[in-house]
Design a protein around this ligand. Structure first.
Ligand SMILES: [Fe+2]
Ligand SMILES: [Fe+2]
Length: 254
């Protein structure tokens, strides 16, 4: 359980609301984020059905659900979308997800799709409220065929969904990555198997090139900051993964 302000200027905050405990959501610990600006906010990857009550309890320390002005779903996985039908009983706001997942979402128990916005492949700028702007950026095939990132130019935090995600052992619970070399063992296997290809990585690196990034906030595991941000991006640049490593017979080269 966490509630950490990654950025706080008073009127603008980027908050890691909660990390679900191991054993919940089939043992995948996940992060949910709130960005708050002058009394309104957005949720990033609010999480699966099981964590919803605790994420709501953490949210209420900051905002009432009626002050949520947007929900961003990085991709279609159940650990992100599983709780959305329950959230939408409380939140009257647009829900952003890649356009390619729109027709799959009703299978999460949604009867009414009118709140959903299908994000175009090239991403979009989003004015959440006057003076509260976010950039939705494409990160396709990393790992989902339609993945979106969210960049907050005030906090200088890039929310990356599963890019940078770590599977930490149960006894390890760091909030931040400061030393990338010691963190690498917790991300390497996941990125080699789940990320689609080096080409997808290069396209994404090109997309985020030029952004002023202080922190990279993934959906699982600790948040990258300081020197760990360029070190992670540098490692990713030459990573062979996914179909790069796929061999006939379903095996993967080492
Ligand atoms: Fe995923
Ligand atoms: Fe995930």
């Amino acid at each position: 359980m966490r509630n950490i302000k990654l950025f706080d200027s008073g009127s603008h905050q980027f908050v890691l609301l909660n990390e679900s405990e191991a054993g919940e959501e089939d043992g995948v610990r996940s992060n949910q984020y709130l960005i708050q600006h002058d009394g309104v906010g957005v949720l990033l990857d609010p999480g699966g059905f099981g964590v919803m009550p605790r994420v709501l309890a953490e949210l209420l320390r900051y905002l009432a659900p009626e002050n949520i002005r947007g929900v961003f779903l990085s991709h279609q996985d159940p650990d992100i979308v599983g709780g959305i039908a329950t959230w939408l009983e409380l939140v009257q706001a647009p829900v952003y997800i890649s356009r390619i997942w729109m027709r799959f979402l009703p299978h999460y128990g949604l009867k009414d799709m009118s709140q959903f916005v299908g994000v175009p492949d090239e991403g979009m700028d989003c004015e959440v409220a006057p003076g509260f702007n976010l950039k939705v950026l494409p990160a396709h095939f990393l790992h989902s065929e339609g993945q979106i990132n969210v960049y907050d130019p005030v906090a200088k935090v890039l929310f990356t969904g599963d890019i940078g995600a770590a599977m930490l052992p149960p006894d390890k619970d760091d909030a931040y990555v400061d030393d990338f070399a010691s963190h690498l063992p917790f991300i390497e296997g996941f990125h080699r198997r789940y990320m689609c290809s080096n080409k997808a990585i290069r396209c994404w690196l090109d997309t985020i090139d030029g952004l002023d990034i202080d922190m990279i906030a993934p959906q699982h595991g600790p948040v990258y900051r300081g020197a760990a941000v360029p070190a992670f991006l540098d490692w990713l640049k030459d990573l062979q993964c996914g179909v790069d490593l796929l061999l006939p017979g379903g095996r993967f080269s080492k």
